[in-house]
Every structure is written in C-alpha cells, then in structure tokens.
Design a protein around this ligand. Structure first.
Ligand code: ADP
Length: 451
C-alpha cells in the first residue's frame, strides 16, 4: 500500500480523498494555490505545499510543480480528484516516469477514452449502440454537412477532446449549421487545443444515465449500477440520483453489461463512468467514458455502501477489486444536489465572497461533502461548487423528503447560492414524479424567475 498520497486538487474532493487516505492509514499531502491558503484541505493534510499563484494554469494545472511537490514531501502516489489534471494522459505519464503512482487508469486508457470520436468507434466495434452520427471525427465543413443532412436536423457538433459541456453546439437546421460548426471548432481549439469535432443526431428528450465501473490490474471490471443525471442546465449536471426512476432491472443489467464490455475491452483500471443517453422508447446509446471519479460518485456510495475513493486507491496499489454487488441490486434511493456559489436568478452569475454564517444540514441519511466554513472566502478563480448535499432513503419518497428537509435547513450567509433554485427543482411535480429528461430545465423558465 502507498505510504503518502499527494492530492492534486482542492475543495470538497481534496477533503474527500484525505478522508479515504486516513481510513487506509495513508499520510496525505495537500497542494494549494496562494488563493487557497486558508482552505480546509491544507489544514487536514499531514503535509502541504504551495504550488503557485491563484490562476489554475499557474498552480493546479502545472505538472512540474505537482511532481516537485510530491518529490519534496516523499509522496509515492498522486490522486488527481476530478477536473484539473484528472483526465490528462500527460500527467499520468509524467507521474509514472517520476516513479510516482497515478491513482487512476493508465495514460493510454485516458488518451483513448479522452478522444470521444475514437471511443465511439470502439463502442461501435463492440456492438454497443452509439448515438447515430459520424463514425469518427469529420474532416471538414463539407463532410460535416453531408453527415448532418443524412442524420436529419437537429444535430449536435461535439469536440472530440471535449468535456464539461464545452465545445458542443446544436444546429437546428441547415441554415444554422455552418455557423454552429465553426463556433464548435473554434471553441474546441481554444478549450482543448484541438479543433477536431464529430457529429451526432440531437436526441429529442433523452435521459442521461451513466454506469459506474471499477477495474483492477488483473483484468476484472465490475459495474455498480447507474446514476440518473438528467436534470441539467446547459448540458451540466444539477441534480443526480440512483437508481434511475426510468430503469427496470432488465435494462439496468443490459446497460451495466455494455459498460463492462467497453471498459473490459481496454482492461480498464480504476474508477470510471460510462455515459449513455436513453430515449423515451427505452433505447440506450453510448455517449462517452469518463476516466476519473465523478462529482456525483456519492449517490452510488449511498446505495451500495461502498467507498469508491478507497477502492480507487487500493486498485492503484495493485490490489484486486473487492466490490461485489449481489444480483446488481442497490439499497434504497439516493439523491445529490450540487450547491454552487452563484445567483440562480441572475443568470447563475458567480458569487464569490466571504461566508458569514454556515450551518450544514444533518440527520439520518444526510451527507454533506463540503470544504466551506463560517469565515471562509470563496475565491473567484475556480468552479463555483461549494457543497454537495446527498441524501439516502429506503425509497425515493423518503429520499425526497430528506432532501427537502436538508435544503430547507442549510444556512449559508454572506454569499449567494443556488439553494433556492434547487428547492424549486426538487419540488417540481415532474421531478417529484421522476419524469425528467435533459431538457426539463430548459422547458421551465419559471424556475429561474426571482420570487
Ligand atoms: P461533456 O463531456 O462535455 O459533459 P457529453 O458528451 O457528456 O459532454 O454530453 C453532455 C450532455 O449533453 C449530455 O448529458 C446531454 O444532456 C447532452 N447531449 C450530448 N449529446 C447529445 C445528443 N446526441 N442528443 C441530445 N443531447 C445530448
């Protein structure tokens, strides 16, 4: 087992990883930018190193600084968390070259799945249904128009190297296509350094359903059922739950099998997520694979009672996957709400600043993953996630009641948060009925209006 793990991240996920290390008896190293000096991950880690000024490209994204921090502190492994360098093949490679274990898949696996067009090809070869579209990346605008015409509008143009909802553009008709195509290419180039894009049919009312997988070095891959992440704003997740209200046991097993097939094909090691879209007729389509722990992993932890971060660390250290879900059945129901420092009634404008009062919710079945506290200043440099409220109940109804209770008693003062928006979302009759798709929020402008 590792002796000392450096966490190449900040915020709630850095704390999450520190907790897992503590339970495993592993020492920890926090890294921080000058803006994060007062952060809890710095306080809770055994060791800490400042890695640069506030902008992440000068700190959390600087590979040499992270490697140097690991070498100075004698860390023998690095956990990348999510975001930042979590899906950087170059980072994984540099770690290995420096004799530091990267807690995640191999650089080659990251590279393959990070090219979403290549991942689509792989799924197709395995007989896994993919969203109808171009087989790989499209060569140029002429080839792209051809694909779009064949598919029929609307279509979605996506960056092959994309992630986080960036570099995606929807074109509703031929007239809009040219512009959407060049915008997507430019956005992709600016955000990911590659203008490569591919095209998919834009499905009408899909649900976003993803399967959690975990693999070890001995070729074993297991799945831990699904998460339903259909409540999205601008293609970004807002509320997640498990199990999905839309799946029966047969569908669950079919999607789980498809996910395991894709991950097994590349002998995937570590935690990963295979994302699918599910259409209203019950057809599912492979979309992409994320090669990291996800923000929403706690909902799976709540319904399986497994610790995914500890398992990531164990398999990275060469142990076998120990998780086994009997009969692919989960326990009860879990929901997660992402609490952000942003103003939901002013176009979700970020709201950094100092927190003057803080009281997190609690009680049976309530978990809050957060790094904030009274007196903490949310810096303006990073993403706006300040807490995840996760609830678990015997069934969906109990989970919902617990989420009402939890959000209603969550006190954060001094900054604006999206809690009032989340309260509305979970009280919406369609969400209550479990009857949502990825365009649900788009159809409900009322949810975004101030009182
Ligand atoms: P990213 O990696 O940037 O998050 P994804 O490929 O995972 O991008 O897509 C994010 C979201 O965009 C999906 O959850 C879904 O809501 C929407 N989306 C992506 N592809 C399609 C499609 N072909 N049809 C309809 N919606 C889509």
């Amino acid at each position: 087992m590792f002796k000392k793990v450096l966490i190449a991240n900040r915020g709630e996920i850095a704390l999450r990883v520190i907790r897992a290390c503590r339970e495993l008896g592993i020492e920890t190293v926090a890294v921080y930018s000058e803006a994060d000096r007062e952060s809890l991950h710095v306080r809770f880690a055994d060791d800490d190193v400042c890695i640069g000024p506030p902008p992440s490209r000068l700190s959390y994204l600087r590979i040499p600084n992270l490697i140097a921090a690991a070498e100075i502190t004698g860390a023998d492994a690095i956990h990348p968390g999510y975001g930042f360098l979590a899906e950087s093949a170059e980072f994984a490679e540099t770690c290995e070259a420096s004799n530091i274990a990267f807690i995640g898949p191999t650089a080659e696996q990251i590279r393959l799945m990070g090219d979403k067009a290549a991942a689509r090809k792989l799924a197709t070869e395995l007989g896994i249904p993919v969203v109808p579209g171009s087989l790989g990346a499209v060569e140029d605008a002429d080839a792209a128009v051809k694909v779009a015409e064949e598919l029929g509008y609307p279509v979605i143009i996506k960056a092959a190297a994309g992630g986080g909802g960036k570099g995606m553009r929807v074109a509703r008709d031929a007239a809009a296509f040219q512009q959407a195509f060049s915008l997507a290419r430019n956005e992709a180039l600016a955000a990911f350094g590659s203008a490569e894009v591919y095209i998919e049919k834009y499905l009408d009312r899909p649900r976003h359903i993803e399967i959690q997988v975990m693999g070890d070095r001995y070729g074993k891959v297991v799945h831990l059922c699904e998460r339903d992440c259909s409540v999205q704003r601008r293609h970004q997740k807002v509320v997640e739950e498990a199990p999905s209200p839309a799946l029966d046991q047969k569908m669950r097993e079919r999607m789980g099998e498809a996910a395991v097939k894709a991950a097994s094909r590349i002998s995937y090691v570590g935690a990963g997520t295979v994302e699918f879209l599910l259409d209203p007729d019950g057809h599912f389509y492979f979309m992409e694979m994320n090669t990291r722990i996800q923000v929403e992993h706690p909902v799976t932890e709540m319904v399986t009672n497994f610790d995914l971060v500890k398992e990531q660390i164990r398999v990275a250290a060469g142990e076998r996957v120990q998780l086994h879900l009997k009969g692919n059945r989960v326990r009860g129901h879990a929901i997660e709400c992402r609490v952000n420092a942003e103003d939901p009634f002013r176009n979700f404008q970020p709201s950094p600043g100092t927190i003057t009062a803080f009281h997190p919710p609690g009680g049976p079945g309530v978990r809050v993953d957060t790094h904030i506290y009274a007196g903490y200043t949310v810096p303006p440099y990073y993403d706006s996630l300040i807490a995840k409220v996760i609830v678990h109940g015997r069934d969906r109804q109990e989970a919902l009641a617990r989420m009402h209770q939890a959000l209603d008693s969550f006190i954060v003062e001094g900054i604006t948060t999206n809690i009032p928006f989340l309260q509305r979302v979970i009280r919406h009759p369609d969400f209550e009925a479990g009857n949502v798709d990825t365009k649900f929020l788009e159809r409900e402008p009322g949810l975004f209006k101030p009182e």
